[in-house]
Design a protein around this ligand. Sequence first.
Ligand code: AMP
Ligand code: TRP
Length: 334
Amino acid sequence: MTNKKIVFSGIQPSGVIHLGNYLGAIKQWIDLQDKYFSIFCIVDMHAITVQQEPEELQKNIRELAAIYLASGLDPKKAIIFVQSDVSAHTELAWVLNCNTQMGELERMTQFKDKSQRHKQNINAGLFTYPALMAADILLYQTNKVPVGEDQRQHVELTRDIAHRVNNKYGQVFEEPEALLPEVGARIMGLDDPTSKMSKSASSGNNYIAMTDEPDKIRKKIMKAVTDSGSEVKFDEEKKPAISNLLTIYSLVTEKNIKSLEKEYAGKGYGDFKKGLAEAVVEFIEPIQKKYKEYIDDQPKLEKILTNGAKEAAKLAQPTMENVRKVVGLGVAND
Ligand code: AMP
Ligand code: TRP
């Protein structure tokens, strides 16, 4: 289908999209779409592994699509679509489920985490979630999967599953690799620099949502936890909070951390946070402006996603047909 290497990634439309999602994942995608054959998905089937309100889910899908586009993903360069619009994802997921061991799934930290948090709904989908993610990736003969640190384990499992299927049935899948950003693969919570920024955090002060109003952003940053001492210095061990804020500052301004340390030498945390707040606002405002344009033009949004789904379905077909053939499934032709 193409000589270029193939990139695939996705985000769940399950609530706010925060700066960690942007810096860990989307930021890389923007650059990758120029060099690679890129496919970016809104993984709504993954989102229903936890309880979702139908109207909310529809709204979240559209909002996430608008964030993708407003961030700079370009439907002329990349395929952008919604997972459930291409049925091959769930079809392949079943076959991969039958090639994945319970023990492998039991080791997944995201499952352990989520089953702790949703004790009243530990459904089978939550458990086999990584097999669906493997299907997303393997369906397109993907080479690289740009994600944040927390998804590395899932991509490694995907690679193991691909390898196992290839050993059993011959060359069926490309064996993909995770692509992590050098800086920003794990943005920490503003209210707790020992755990990652997360949409499921108990307090909204944990994260900056991509849609937070400028004043809200300023307030959240001014409230962010800091470390003891007063020097603005990158030291992940002794100064985890300031190091996290420096990382964010550096990524939104493209200034390196050393030069930021110099800029704030002799100044206190207060000045530093003020500077950071303005830098984040300056970075997010143009994205929010474009976001609003996409949200206000639903027909355009739907057209992009519909076209994306058509293209994705076409690309997925040869892999799915081959899987059916090598596994020995089905009888009907056309
Ligand atoms: P999710 O919100 O779990 O669907 O994650 C979407 C993408 O954002 C994945 O590639 C994650 O690895 C990435 N991501 C989520 N949280 C963070 C974070 N705190 N720092 C960096 N990347 C993150
Ligand atoms: N599991 C990923 C997350 O929670 C989302 C995801 C689903 C994904 N399918 C994918 C990421 C395929 C990369 C490639 O963030």
